[in-house]
Design a protein around this ligand. Structure first.
Ligand code: SAH
Length: 226
């Protein structure tokens, strides 16, 4: 999977070199690059990329020209799924992550300040995605969440292909609680059944725990399970 993130703050994506995603980039499963929009500014003196909003109001708006030129340089033939991170977008879920993992090429535009000139969205963007009902100061952290969650569904990114089929949301339920050594800590014991070696009983216990925790915390999820 090829991913290009367009941002005014490419250094924020240094964090992508760590852990599971970092390993996938190193071994070539993911081809990732953060592209600096500033380099595409027509203003070759100050590389200005934002300006005051028409109609007035607080803050600055990212200009359409550098974004338009940057997107067309990275993706001249529109071979990428082009996403704009935005609180006004469709809310990102496990389902969205699975759908995006099917894309060979993903381009993600990160806004900053008050956002981007609407014409950049109109001219260049296929889809707007939000990570939740709150406002971040920029799209970078949102983009990292989208990339991380989607890349987990790309073959070869997770160590074991099974690991995401067992997790929260995969089958509509939240995941059961996990335990590891030691068997007892500060008087708290690991449930006996998990030490029993009886896989059938372990599965049954985990399924019940999954249902219980989903009912208690996210009853809304149960409505969509058939
Ligand atoms: N003025 C805008 C918010 C701009 S926040 C509004 O009220 O709708 C600056 C940038 O952060 C946005 O352009 C977007 O790229 C990103 N951003 C903020 N909140 C986000 C969210 N919940 N999901 C995805 N991106 C978000």
């Amino acid at each position: 999977m090829k991913i290009r993130v367009l941002t005014l703050f490419p250094k924020m994506f240094d964090a992508m070199s760590e852990s599971i995603i970092g390993r996938a980039i190193k071994n070539g499963t993911l081809d990732f690059e953060a592209v600096d929009i500033r380099e595409y500014s027509a203003d070759k003196k100050h590389f200005k990329c934002d300006d005051a909003p028409y109609g007035g109001g607080a803050g600055m708006v990212m200009c359409v020209q550098p974004i338009y030129d940057c997107i067309n340089a990275v993706d001249p033939n529109h071979e990428y799924k082009r996403i704009y991170m935005s609180p006004k977008g469709e809310t990102f879920t496990d389902k969205t992550a699975r759908r995006l993992a099917e894309c060979d090429n993903l381009l993600i535009l990160c806004g900053h300040y008050e956002g981007v000139d609407e014409r950049a969205i109109e001219l260049c963007i296929d889809e707007e995605i939000s990570v939740g009902d709150y406002v971040l100061s920029g799209g970078e952290i949102a983009a990292m969440a989208v990339i991380d969650a989607s890349a987990r569904f790309v073959d070869g990114v997770l160590g074991s292909a099974l690991s995401h089929e067992d997790e929260s949301f995969a089958n509509g339920y939240l995941e059961y609680p996990q335990y590891t050594r030691p068997p007892e800590f500060m008087g708290l014991k690991v449930p006996e059944v998990l030490l029993s070696g009886d896989h059938k009983e372990v599965d049954k216990f985990r399924r019940e725990q999954s249902k219980q925790i989903t009912r208690a915390r996210r009853a809304d999820l149960l409505d969509s399970i058939d």
